[in-house]
Design a protein around this ligand. Sequence first.
Ligand code: ADE
Ligand code: ZN
Length: 337
Amino acid sequence: MDIDSYIAGLPKAELHMHIEGSLEPEMMFSLARRNGVQIPFANVEALRAAYDFSRLQDFLDIYYQGAAALRTEEDFHDLALAYFDRAAADGVVHSEIFFDPQTHTARGLPFKVAADGLLAGMAAAEAKHGLTSKLILCFLRHLPEADAFATLEAAEPWLDRIVGVGLDSSELGHPPEDFTRVFAAAGALGLKRVAHAGEEGPPDYVYQALDRLDIDRLDHGNRSLEDDALVARLAKQHMTLTVCPLSNLKLCVVRDLAEHPIARMLRLGLRATVNSDDPAYFGGYINDNFRAVAPLLGRDELTTLARNSLLGSFLPAQDIARHIAAIDAYVAGTDAS
Ligand code: ADE
Ligand code: ZN
């Protein structure tokens, strides 16, 4: 079996995917039309041509503009289901999706619109594909911690359907330690904690995410590799890193996929996973990301990435065991063929 077919059939989880970042230009224009919203681009081609980024902020400026097309629960439902259709076709059995409520409440949408719309899309995907999912509420780090607290308060009626909180948006100049209190409050409410750190920010931001935010998972984490003691610590505590190869290429975190650190991460004993981040903006869904790094890895390492994705998920242990058994069966079946 060739490597692309092997990747396609491999059961996997996705742990780092911003649902607003799965808004394809075609859907952005059709939602904008449906909602009477103006998009500052003439057409789909002009919009795609603008997806030429040299740093995270270039992308974020366009990503927040694009989210303005989303206005109703139905929009969020349709957005989520379109992503889950793509994910299911890529062999994703479970996905833990991020959403940015502040991007929507700042435009006057009640918290309920995004939350209930996404939850409806998640239920539809489970019924349609058997694909399970969880929802992670991200705080925007370019806004003050007080706004994050207000968001956590607005989320209160939904907290039984939200697995955890995350930290995203502009990393440089917005260190994790600025969100120490709101992460502690989220932890006290029984929520898991994840944070983007070490995408553009230094290893110190990763230490802060560990020591101040008490994270359960590290989003990106690339720059951890600059600090051997940090790598040893992450490996020792089996910290899951949600790595996003095509995102790293598009945002110039790496110059070339041949230099992508995923192979080094695995060989250093880090629990790395592969994810799409913002697939509509970065040129591909999860299997595109697996294929992008496949030349750097052996087949066993591709399988390790899939196993890591289940081990790093927030699923109950028995569900993780069931999915790992399916990966083992897949490997045994493909060895025989
Ligand atoms: N929001 C959406 N994608 C992001 C990324 N890769 N880093 C930080 N914030 C984001
Ligand atoms: Zn991200």
